[in-house]
Write a protein that binds this ligand. Structure first.
Ligand code: PBG
Length: 310
C-alpha cells in the first residue's frame, strides 16, 4: 500500500539478436538464456514475450557478412528488416524498436567507416557516417520499426535521422536516443554476441567517460534539441545517479539499458548459488525504475515477467 515504485512486465523492452537462416537458436555462451535467433525463431520468441505482457522488443542484427561501410545495416533483405516485417505480421500489438548502429555490420567493428587524420590516427568519419545511419533508419522504419533507436554516438545523428525519416514520409516514427552512453566494460558479452569488438582502437573517442555527469546533461539536452522523442541511459546499474539526473532534466520518456555485462554478472552469481536470482533480478530492475526510468531494456525480461506474474 505504501510502495512507491511499481515494476511490471509493461515496463520492459526485450532485446533479440537476429541472424540469417532458419530454425537457428545459437546460444551466446557469456549470456546464459540468450541466443542468436533466425527470423522464424525470433517470431516464436516475440509471441512468448507478448504472451507474458511485455509490450516491446528491440532488434539487433547479426549479419553473415561485414564490410568497411557496414552496408548490411540498410539491407532490406537482411535479418533485422526481415524480422521486423515477420514480427509485425505475426504479433502486430508489439512495439518494435530498431537499434541503429553500424558496428554490427562493419568488418573493423567500429560504429562507422574509418578515416586516418593527418597524424595517422584512426577514427570514425563522423560526418560520413550520418547519411549511412539515416539510410539504415529509413530501411528499418519502412520494414515496420515503430521506434528508431540510434546507439552510435556520432555528433549530429539525431538531426540527421530526423531529416532522413521526415524526407521519406516517416515523420511519425519517433526516435529513442541512446543519449547518454558510457564507454563501458559492461558491453563485453554483447560484443561476443555481435562479434563487434573493435579490431583496432576502442570506442572511447565517441562514448562517454564513466567519470562524467555534467557531460550526460549536455548530451541529453543536445539530443532533445535535435529532435529526440525519448531518451536512454546506458548502462543502468553503475549509472543510477545519471538516470535520476536525466529524469530531473527532461520529462521525455526515459529508458534504462540493463546491458549484457550486468545480465551476465547476475547469471554467473546465480549459477554458482551465490545469490537468489529472482530476488536480486527484481531488486535490480526496481532500482532502475526507482531512479526514474520509465522503461527498461533487459535480457531478463522473460524471467522477470514470469516472476512478476506468478
Ligand atoms: C551498439 C550497441 C552496443 C550495445 C547496444 N548497442 C554495443 C556497444 O556500444 O559496444 C550494448 C548492449 C549490451 O551490452 O547489452 N550497436
Amino acid at each position: 500500500m505504501v510502495r512507491e515504485t511499481a515494476l511490471e512486465p509493461g515496463d520492459f523492452i526485450y532485446p533479440l539478436f537476429v541472424t540469417p537462416g532458419r530454425g537457428i537458436r545459437r546460444p551466446i555462451s557469456s549470456m546464459p538464456g540468450v541466443a542468436n535467433l533466425s527470423v522464424d525463431v525470433a517470431v516464436e520468441e516475440a509471441r512468448v514475450a507478448h504472451g507474458l505482457g511485455i509490450p516491446s522488443l528491440i532488434l539487433f542484427g547479426i549479419p553473415d557478412a561485414k564490410d568497411p561501410q557496414g552496408s548490411g545495416a540498410w539491407d532490406e533483405a537482411g535479418p533485422v528488416c526481415t524480422a521486423l516485417r515477420a514480427i509485425k505480421d505475426a504479433v502486430p500489438e508489439l512495439v518494435l524498436v530498431a537499434d541503429i548502429c553500424l558496428c554490427e555490420y562493419t568488418d573493423h567493428g567500429h560504429c562507422g567507416p574509418l578515416e586516418r587524420d593527418a597524424r595517422g590516427h584512426l577514427s570514425v568519419a563522423n560526418d560520413a557516417t550520418l547519411p549511412l545511419l539515416a539510410r539504415a533508419a529509413v530501411a528499418c522504419a519502412k520494414s515496420g520499426a515503430d521506434i528508431i533507436a540510434p546507439s552510435d554516438m556520432m555528433d549530429g545523428r539525431i538531426a540527421a535521422l530526423r531529416a532522413g525519416l521526415d524526407g521519406n514520409g516517416l515523420s511519425d516514427t519517433p526516435i529513442m536516443s541512446y543519449a547518454v552512453k558510457y564507454a563501458s566494460g559492461f558491453y563485453g558479452p554483447f560484443r561476443e554476441a555481435a562479434q563487434s569488438t573493435p579490431k583496432e582502437g576502442d570506442r572511447r573517442g565517441y562514448q562517454m567517460d564513466p567519470a562524467n555527469v555534467r557531460e550526460a546533461r549536455r548530451e541529453a539536452l543536445l539530443d532533445i534539441e535535435e529532435g529526440a522523442d525519448m531518451l536512454m541511459v546506458k548502462p543502468a546499474l553503475s549509472y543510477l545517479d545519471i538516470i535520476a539526473e536525466v529524469r530531473r532534466l527532461s520529462d521525455k520518456p526515459l529508458a534504462a539499458y540493463n546491458v549484457s555485462g550486468e545480465y551476465s554478472m547476475l547469471k554467473a552469481a546465480a549459477q554458482n548459488g551465490w545469490i537468489d536470482e529472482q530476488r536480486v533480478c527484481l531488486e535490480l530492475l526496481t532500482s532502475m525504475r526507482r531512479a526514474g526510468a520509465d522503461l527498461i531494456i533487459t535480457y531478463s525480461a522473460l524471467d522477470a515477467a514470469r516472476w512478476l506474474g506468478a
